[in-house]
Design a protein around this ligand. Structure first.
Ligand code: NAI
Ligand code: MG
Length: 352
């Protein structure tokens, strides 16, 4: 029997609540599909930061490197500035492990009331490919003339040829096995250096895929299209910042952040990939046992798929859809009164 080594980082807030449920479902799926998951848990979080002054130990990257995959809850908590939790854990891990793809599938699930209610699941099924290692999320810049009347800050973006090419190529490869359409998010009218460069590389890569329909769209118009004509979208490729914003919007139109999974992927497989829901640690509902675990469970299904366990991954997705369609066990964000644990257990039970 093959056994996979999984690093669990529950993190803060509801990250902890939903990760327990995802483990419950994944362990049951593994049992039913004849493989093992060996979990090692790490307490890296804002809570740890408050105790020790760092989000994770200095050798954190080395500790995680031997694992087959990482399942992360969310990090962030009031009292610790968000840039500390992001730059002290998430960004160093994404970059050290060259997880340059942030893959965010978007799908209208049964039993959800969307602002797009009336649309079919077929019309609202896309995937956002977010660049995850450079772009607007850069540490280059600084504050100058602090405290003076002429005070100013600079925040630079970094777009490399290698970085832009590989993310766009990844999007086209995905489209080949989907509906065959790629839309690139741009803003070359406002960002006159970075985005024309992005567009130029997009056109070069698109030329290598004559059978995939390609188009580019300004990110603001694309946001509107996502709500008004989602059926026109299949694979959306975007820079780090644009992809981040578009994926929260996409989550919102498909029933909320409680339903949206995501993976930070190292496509060559040289390093572990890291799976985390789109949502954060939701301090407003943390510790109340009411967070929706579906996003993290579907994130777990992406992890299984990444390990090559497609059968188990599909079984988890089907179990989620079955429980949501029945509607008897639903957390408050879905209009029900179930707890996080009740919904997690119902999904595990639906696996058979
Ligand atoms: P958030 O996603 O944590 O919450 C936004 C809203 O959605 C809240 O009202 C929350 O209650 C609701 N929500 C989110 N997930 C839910 C779930 N599973 N079930 C039911 N309702 C859910 O985003 P926010 O408030 O901007 O950030 C809170 C903290 O999380 C911050 O410290 C932020 O930095 C951090 N964060 C961490 C991320 C990560 O670890 N990858 C990603 C996004 C935010
Ligand atoms: Mg985000």
């Amino acid at each position: 029997m093959s056994t996979y080594r999984i690093a669990g980082i529950p993190g803060d807030g509801i990250g902890v609540d939903v990760t327990i449920e995802a483990r419950k479902v994944l362990d049951r799926a593994a049992e039913l599909h004849g493989f093992g998951l060996e979990w090692t848990e790490f307490d890296w979080s804002c809570e740890r930061y408050s105790r020790t002054g760092t989000m994770m130990p200095a050798e954190g990257v080395e500790q995680l490197a031997p694992f087959d995959a990482i399942l992360l809850g969310a990090v962030g908590f009031p009292g610790v500035p968000d840039h500390v939790s992001l730059w002290g854990l998430l960004i160093p891990l994404r970059r050290a492990f060259a997880q340059y793809v942030n893959l965010r599938p978007v799908k209208l699930l049964p039993g959800t009331t969307s602002v797009l209610a009336g649309r079919s699941a077929e019309e609202l099924e896309m995937v956002i490919v977010r660049e995850n290692s450079e772009g607007e999320y850069s540490a280059i810049g600084g504050r100058h003339n602090t405290g003076q009347p002429g005070e100013f800050v600079l925040q630079e973006s970094v777009f490399t040829r290698v970085g832009v090419q590989r993310i766009i190529r990844y999007a086209f490869e995905l489209a080949v096995n989907r509906k065959g359409r790629v839309c690139s998010a741009t803003k070359s009218n406002g960002l006159i250096h970075s985005m024309p460069y992005w567009d130029e590389i997009f056109a070069e890569v698109a030329a290598e895929y004559p059978n995939v329909a390609s188009e580019q769209c300004h990110v603001d118009a694309l946001a509107a299209r996502m709500v008004q004509q989602p059926e026109r979208l299949d694979v959306v490729v975007a820079s780090n910042l644009f992809g981040d914003i578009l994926s929260d919007l996409a989550a919102a139109v498909t029933g909320g952040l409680g339903m949206a999974p995501s993976g930070n992927i190292n496509p060559p497989g040289e390093f572990p990939s890291m799976f985390e829901a789109v949502h954060g640690s939701a301090p407003d509902i943390a510790g109340q046992g009411i967070a929706n675990p579906v996003a993290q469970v579907l994130t777990g299904a992406m992890l299984l798929e990444h390990l090559g366990r497609t059968g188990a991954a599909n079984a988890v997705t089907t179990a989620v859809e079955k429980v949501l369609a029945e509607g008897a066990v639903a957390t408050p964000d879905l209009g029900g009164t179930a707890t996080t644990a009740q919904l997690g257990s119902a999904i595990a039970a639906a696996l058979g």
